[in-house]
Design a protein around this ligand. Structure first.
Ligand SMILES: [Zn+2]
Ligand SMILES: [Zn+2]
Length: 301
């Protein structure tokens, strides 16, 4: 871990102004992927995996021609860097791979999750197979080191109750609550809440879904019926014009100069919604999840 990223404090503690939001606070870890050459012993996006030499490399043979296509490493996360992962089971390492082709129904790359104990991997696979074919260059993440950072999130506007949505759209309610941030009279309150006070943009573990263009869809585990929770968000951008308040201090100069891929170092682009969020069952990471093949783990609870 050779980088640090620091998200500036929110302009307003929205749960202090609107205490109904307090119980809805959720922890998240922003991953802040930045160009690097991570090793198998480090957390990474698009980096090499600590993969047991004896374990078969996963492949995909659906929706494209030719022989089964080896999956591509997307992220490797050690629980020592992202302690929130411990709440999903006993494994201390999560590996996420995907097939670099958009699959039906939403034309996103399907993912595969591998939960393991790093100490069990004594013999590391040296030269993993690469995909024969890739549909989009944007499905091949550039190798990035991570600087995981804990933050607190509140639900996206569309995930809130009608009553809370009404209160957050009412300028008078903000005034009464002491929520008059700089330039308050000109600010669109929903944009302020959405862009700056609720859901962190970019790659992250945990937190809330970043609903924007679509209505929220509740997801339930097909095995036990529990509400699925966000595990990993794979994003196309860490900030845009509406979320500049989330740019880490360390990137502010670079962001101002612009150009290149400063807001998207992994150069990943996923679908029109600009993100792919992997949900898991809070009761067991072994339960199937939408958009993925069956998770692989022998380290359950
Ligand atoms: Zn495939
Ligand atoms: Zn379940």
């Amino acid at each position: 871990m050779n980088t640090t990223r620091t998200t500036p404090p929110r302009r307003l503690d929205v749960a202090e102004a609107f205490p109904e939001l307090g119980p809805l606070a959720r922890p998240a870890y922003r991953l802040h992927p930045r160009p690097g050459s991570p090793s198998v012993h480090e957390s990474s996006v698009g980096g090499p995996l600590l993969w047991p030499a004896r374990q078969q490399w996963p492949t995909c043979d659906k929706w494209h021609e030719g022989p089964p296509n080896p999956l591509l490493p997307v992220a490797q996360l050690y629980a020592r860097d992202v302690p929130l992962l411990r709440s999903f089971g006993k494994a201390d390492l999560l590996q996420v791979l995907w097939c670099p082709f958009g699959h039906p129904p939403d034309h996103k790359p399907p993912t595969a999750l591998f939960w393991r104990n790093a100490a069990d991997v004594t013999d590391v696979l040296e030269a993993p197979p690469r995909p024969f074919e890739v549909e989009e260059d944007h499905y091949v993440p550039e190798p990035c080191a991570l600087a995981p950072e804990p933050v607190t999130e509140y639900p996206a506007y569309l995930d809130l109750s009608g009553e809370l949505q009404r209160r957050l759209s009412d300028r008078g309610a903000w005034r009464v609550a002491g929520g008059e941030v700089d330039g308050f009279d000109e600010i669109d309150l929903q944009s302020l809440y959405t862009g700056e006070l609720s859901v962190a943009p970019g790659w992250k573990v945990g937190g809330w879904p970043p609903w924007g263009c679509t209505d929220p869809i509740a997801r339930f585990c097909i095995i036990c019926g529990a509400g699925m929770t966000p595990l990993l968000t794979i994003a196309s951008d860490e900030w845009d014009g509406g979320t500049t308040g989330w740019i880490p201090y360390e990137d502010r100069d670079l962001a101002e100069r612009g150009g290149g891929n400063v807001s998207n170092p992994p150069e990943v682009q996923v679908g029109s919604a600009d993100h792919l969020q992997i949900y898991v069952c809070p009761n067991s990471p072994a339960h199937p999840y939408p958009g993925g093949s069956h998770p692989h783990t022998d380290l359950i609870q």
